[in-house]
Ligand binder design. Structure first.
Ligand code: NAP
Length: 239
């Protein structure tokens, strides 16, 4: 691995990169939030079809960095489509939250079963009472929003009710858009893998309706590392 640029003043090897990140303290109303994604050069977040997993995108080094980033967090947050895509598994110590409006959640997934008491479902008032009751067998259920989940409230729950100070968001693109639109992302760890997928219907790192010109989110580069043509980029929100 090569360090191409590190404006944090550190100079990491493949053994130490992202192992212990000295993040700034969390605000009082939400955790400090960092996003991690891997994409092709053209921004796609799966090599398969819509709804497939991210399998095969990143190298073993990217996978190792993903696990290190998880160990820097106390909780992880994903969109329901990422959970439905499958193969979602985390260290048992990690709280795991999923956001859904439809209520279509695979409650037999490892996400819920592998760490009893550590799963949180954030959902809306549209979901029938019966379904909320069923979820309570496998998760904490937080209703915050009428049509869609109010992510500011969801993050306030994580910070104030569970004491979460560092939250890792792991996508996918739809949730990432909602998080950026609510200005809830402090840092973005982005692996660019030297592959090109194409396909206008294939999700990219940030989806949604798109922000108006005056609200486009400005990020600033913190570091760039490289391994076998794969780039590990770290950006933070310019404030
Ligand atoms: N390459 C990577 O690093 C990476 C990382 C993660 C995922 N992925 C891939 O990305 C794809 C999934 O991404 P995606 O953009 O299609 O979907 P996504 O962001 O994973 O999930 C979207 C879903 O999350 C729920 N959601 C998001 N924001 C919400 C809000 N504010 N209120 C209520 N519900 C909300 C909705 O669930 P309901 O539909 O249940 O209402 C929505 O349909 C999969 O192929 C996955 O494998 C890749």
């Amino acid at each position: 691995m090569r360090c191409l640029l590190d404006l944090t003043g550190e100079n990491h090897s493949e053994e130490t990169l992202y192992r212990q990140i000295p993040f700034p303290p969390a605000p009082t109303d939400r955790p400090y939030v960092f996003l991690n994604m891997v994409s092709t050069l053209d921004g796609k977040i799966t090599l398969g079809e819509v709804g497939d997993t991210a399998a095969g995108l990143g190298s073993p080094m990217d996978q190792a960095l993903m696990k290190r980033l998880q160990r820097n967090a106390q909780a992880v947050l994903i969109g329901a489509s990422t959970l439905r895509a499958g193969h979602v598994t985390y260290p048992e110590t990690l709280w795991r939250g999923v956001v859904t409006a439809s209520g279509n959640l695979p409650t037999d997934a490892r996400f819920f079963r592998e760490a009893p008491g550590k799963a949180v479902v954030f959902t809306t008032e549209q979901v029938p009472e019966q379904k909320l009751k069923e979820w309570q067998d496998v998760a904490h259920v937080v209703v915050c929003g009428t049509d869609k989940v109010n992510l500011v409230q969801a993050l306030a729950f994580l910070r104030q009710q569970l004491g979460i100070e560092r939250l890792l968001c792991e996508g996918g693109g739809a949730l990432n858009y909602e998080m950026f639109a609510a200005d809830l992302i402090d840092e973005w760890f982005l692996t660019l893998t030297p592959k090109v997928k194409g396909g206008r219907h294939i999700p990219t790192t940030v989806e949604g309706d798109g922000l108006p010109r005056e609200r486009v989110v400005q990020m600033e580069l913190m570091s760039v590392y490289e391994n076998n043509g794969e780039l590990y980029l770290r950006y933070r929100r310019a404030r």
